[in-house]
Each structure stands twice: as structure tokens, then as C-alpha cells.
Write a protein that binds this ligand. Structure first.
Ligand code: AKG
Length: 297
């Protein structure tokens, strides 16, 4: 078969992604682009109004996942989800609002010019996407700034992204940009290499008919294969491309340094993959998911 002419990645990088389920890339964004996104994220944190905020926290436990209206209608908005430890028993913030946010989401890539430029108007990204050839017709689904605040920046437990961003067949692909140094102490991402090949998507995160969110089994619990064994590998690079089935996690930030990151996800579109109405995030008529490769610059 004739090999595709590569524009940005090397053949070795593509093989590495296929083998490990993730790929670290250095220097994808210029220092100016990275600082621009970091400054813009901090500006958003300074400017948001906590007084009319419902105090929605970002919780990820199996029985206690965020699922209120503020979350469920955030796909085409820029909203602020608080750290669990930043809100006391009376619903009052225990720290300044700019240091109380776990993440900002989920429509930054559509609505904010700085994030839009890097995501939908980025020729380098399109070259990378064409080289990786993971999708036939990718669309951008959601975006977030994860702030991992000092001392309270919560642990993100082992998971794979296609559980949360489900398509049939699974097609989620993550792009995760470190906007600050990532270290073992401030919650750098780590991955279980190769787990995308041994970890099928066995459940999906859905809107529940009675309201809120929960998980739906895709196979019977008895058929779920045991979790793969292996050693997680820490990544300290500035862009990681993440296969939707690879297991990854990040620890609580124990340090005095924040760990801001910008991340967005792509999925394939029909007829290659179907995204249905059970998913927690729904496109609106006004703001359908944007195509990555045909988007006007
Ligand atoms: O940034 C983090 O700490 C975790 C991000 C992550 O795992 C995800 O978005 O899937």
C-alpha cells in the first residue's frame, strides 16, 4: 500500500502512538502561544462572577459524578467547575475564586478567540491530524482548562476517555497541552502504555432518564476483563495525544505550583462513528460540533 506523505509527525511517532496509546510531543506550541493561553485562562478566572454561580463542583467518583444543569448545558458555554475542597459545608468558598476552580469548560475552543485559534484555526494541528489518520472526518467535541490548584488540585483516577465521550464505535482522541511545568509533585499525567489494546470500553457515562448522570454497562459485569497490570509512565512533555481507550490518571497536586493544562477532544462523525443523545454533552443547533479538517481559518 502506498504510504501517506507526512506533514508534521514522523513514521516513528505514529508507530509509537499505535504501540503505547499516547504520544508526547515537544515544542508543538511556541512559548508565546503557551503563555497566551495561560494568561487568557487566568484572566477568565479573574473575571468570572462567583455571586451567580451555582457552586457546582467537579466530582468524578463512580457514584457521585457531576451532573447538574450547569454542567449538562456547558457544552456551548465557558463555565467554571469548583474543586471539592474549595467549598465548605455551608457552600462558601474557602479560598479566592481564582484559586477555587478545578476546570473551565466546555466550549472554550468555539467561543474564546485564543483557544479557538489553537484548536480550530491551526494549520499545524490539521497536519498532525492528517498524519495520525485516527479519524476519517474528525469534529471537535469539548475543551477544558484544568487548573490543578496548589494543594487542593484533585486526583483524576485511572480512566479512559471513550467511557466519558462515547461513540459507536469508540473514537475519542484527546489533545492535552501543558501550559505550565508538569512534575510528579504537581500532578503530571501518567499512562499505562499499551492499555488501549487490552482495555475495551465496558461502560459509558450517560445522562440518566431521571436526571443527572451515571454509567451504563456496555457488557455484562461478568464479562468485564480484569484491569490490565503494568507500570504507569509519567509524562512531562508539553503536548500529549491520547487514544480514547488508553488508561491514564493524574495525582493530587501536593506542591506549591499550579499545573494549568488545556485539553480538547475529537471524535469521528457519521457514518464512521455515531454520537447519540445519551451522551452528557449535546451539540446545540446554534453550535454544532465543528469539523477539524474543513474548518475555514
Ligand atoms: O489534566 C488532568 O489531570 C487529567 C486530564 C484527563 O485525564 C482527561 O481530561 O481525560
Amino acid at each position: 500500500m502506498e504510504q501517506r506523505r507526512l506533514e508534521y509527525l514522523t513514521r516513528e511517532q505514529i508507530n509509537q502512538f499505535d504501540r503505547d496509546g499516547y504520544l508526547c510531543i515537544r515544542g508543538f506550541l511556541s512559548p508565546e502561544e503557551t503563555i497566551g493561553l495561560l494568561d487568557r485562562a487566568k484572566q477568565l478566572l479573574e473575571e468570572f462572577n462567583i455571586n451567580d454561580h451555582p457552586k457546582t463542583k467537579f466530582t468524578t467518583g463512580d457514584d457521585n459524578h457531576v451532573g447538574d444543569d450547569y454542567f449538562l448545558t456547558s457544552g456551548d458555554k465557558i463555565r467554571f467547575f469548583l474543586e471539592e475542597d474549595a467549598v465548605d459545608a455551608h457552600g462558601k468558598l474557602t479560598r479566592d475564586k481564582s484559586k477555587a476552580v478545578n476546570k473551565i469548560g466546555h466550549g472554550l475552543h468555539e467561543l474564546d478567540p485564543a483557544f479557538r485559534k489553537v484548536t480550530l484555526q491551526n494549520e499545524r494541528l490539521k497536519s498532525l491530524v492528517r498524519d495520525l489518520h485516527f479519524h476519517k472526518d474528525p469534529v471537535a467535541l469539548q475543551s477544558m482548562v484544568i487548573t490543578k490548584q496548589t494543594k487542593i488540585g484533585g486526583e483524576v483516577r485511572q480512566h479512559n476517555d471513550s467511557t466519558f465521550l462515547y461513540t459507536d464505535p469508540p473514537s475519542a482522541l484527546g489533545f492535552w497541552f501543558a501550559l505550565e511545568n508538569c512534575t510528579p509533585e504537581n500532578g503530571a499525567l501518567s499512562f499505562l502504555p499499551g492499555s488501549h489494546k487490552t482495555t475495551p470500553i465496558v461502560k459509558r457515562f450517560v445522562r440518566l432518564p431521571e436526571g443527572g448522570t451515571g454509567f451504563e454497562d456496555l457488557i455484562s459485569p461478568a464479562e468485564v476483563p480484569p484491569k490490565p497490570e503494568g507500570k504507569y509512565v509519567l509524562t512531562e512533555c508539553d503536548l500529549v495525544i491520547i487514544h480514547g481507550s488508553v488508561l491514564h490518571k493524574s495525582e493530587r497536586n501536593q506542591s506549591l505550583f499550579t499545573r494549568f493544562a488545556y485539553t480538547f477532544h475529537m471524535i469521528d462523525s457519521p457514518p464512521y462513528a455515531v454520537y447519540d443523545e445519551k451522551n452528557w454533552l449535546q451539540p446545540s443547533k446554534e453550535l454544532p460540533f465543528s469539523r477539524i479538517l474543513t474548518q475555514e481559518a
